[in-house]
Design a protein around this ligand. Structure first.
Ligand SMILES: [Zn+2]
Ligand SMILES: [Zn+2]
Length: 370
């Protein structure tokens, strides 16, 4: 029987490389040989031990919820259900929805009440242990959601499938962006940059992306990939800049993609036009928002919506965008590490390491082991 190698998070800031036997599979499940796994801010929060949403963050755990790879073994029923065969390249969505709870039955399986999925949920103490993408293999549970991954898209760009499918949901599905609207994106991380590209692709009239002085490189990438205007909010007056950029019309849609800081939410209310929409897609570690004047929300009749996960439909759209724009997106993929350097990868993402290169998208590439 073969073995899998995994980077196991045993305690905050502590990885241990461990081997696990590859499980026997039946008719309804399978095993993925992992090609790569993309990282996002949630991986850094988990590493610090502060990803404590609901049942998340149980240790020891194999992190990694943005996984691509090849079908290594598959049962007959699973092959039929997923329409894949051994050797196929696929991307794996993080949730493992039950199909039976009230959310699943109403078509919102991304909000499944079972709270089961890859990378953030199941400890290695739950058989067969291989529940995360920081490993050479992933157990394909019968409830896994897979999509074929186009063979010609390079590994590091393909690992953008998860942040991009989130962005598609926060731009198309939740606020229903229409042609010729003014869009402002707060926060120039990988999701902010992908949002600039997606909003431009969707026919936005203007796209503005904000950041701080330390984000100069990310803001430049946002401009290259779709933003008309970039604003350093540590030096510039955002309300004034949005007024100028939109010809006084202000923002139809504001997306908060910033992590940790609550100030952008106050800014969002100030730059939205009358009747505008605001999508909040950045977590703030449970902090309340100070200086928020809710009278402005009432008087402007703003719609404020939360965006967290993505759907299988938003993943379909993300895959189409990746097929069209993969060459442009290569520049976002700044850092690639082998599995053994999982600790360095997560710390690089958290901007703890200064290697002279600006961090945007980080991924672990397992093919570097072989
Ligand atoms: Zn993620
Ligand atoms: Zn469910």
């Amino acid at each position: 029987m073969g073995k899998a190698l995994a980077a196991v998070l045993t305690a905050p800031r502590t990885f241990d490389m461990r081997e696990f036997p590859l499980p026997e599979i039946g008719r309804e499940d399978g095993i993925l040989r992992i090609e790569a796994n993309g990282l996002c801010g949630t991986d850094y929060d988990q590493y610090l031990g502060r990803a404590k949403l609901g049942p998340f963050g149980q240790m020891p755990i194999i992190p990694g919820h943005e996984t691509i790879g090849w079908i290594e073994k598959i049962g007959a029923d699973a092959a039929q259900q997923w329409q894949v065969k051994e050797g196929d390249r696929v991307c794996v969505k993080a949730p493992l929805p039950c199909g039976r709870c009230r959310n699943c039955r109403s078509g919102a399986s991304h909000r499944c009440e079972r709270h089961m999925g890859y990378g953030l949920f199941l400890s290695t103490t739950v058989a067969p242990s291989l529940w995360g993408g920081f490993a050479t293999h992933l157990y394909l549970h019968r409830d896994a959601l897979l999509k074929p991954a186009p063979a010609h898209i390079p590994t590091d760009v393909m690992t953008l499938f998860n942040p991009l499918s989130g962005v598609v949901r926060w731009i198309y599905e939740i606020p229903d962006l229409r042609m010729a609207e003014h869009v402002v994106i707060l926060g120039p991380g990988q999701r902010g940059i992908l949002a600039a590209l997606t909003a431009r692709q969707a026919g936005a009239k203007t796209v503005t992306v904000t950041g701080l002085a330390q984000d100069a490189h990310r803001l430049a990438l946002a401009k290259k990939l779709g933003a008309d205007t970039i604003v350093d909010v540590s030096r510039e007056d955002l309300v004034k800049r949005v007024y100028e950029t939109t010809g006084g019309e202000m923002a139809d849609l504001v997306l908060d993609m910033s992590a940790g800081s609550t100030e952008p939410i106050v800014q969002a209310v100030d730059i939205a036009r009358q009747g505008g929409r605001i999508v909040l897609a950045g977590l703030k570690h449970g902090q309340p928002v100070s200086n928020l004047v809710t009278d402005k929300i009432v008087l402007k009749e703003l719609q404020i919506m939360g965006g967290f996960s993505s759907t299988t439909r938003s993943l379909d759209v993300a895959l189409e965008i990746l097929k069209q724009r993969y060459q442009d997106l290569a520049e976002i993929c700044s850092h690639v590490y082998p599995l053994e350097e999982a600790d360095t990868a997560v710390r690089a993402l958290g901007r703890e390491i200064d290697d002279g290169r600006d961090v945007v998208h980080v991924n672990l590439n397992m093919t570097k082991q072989h």
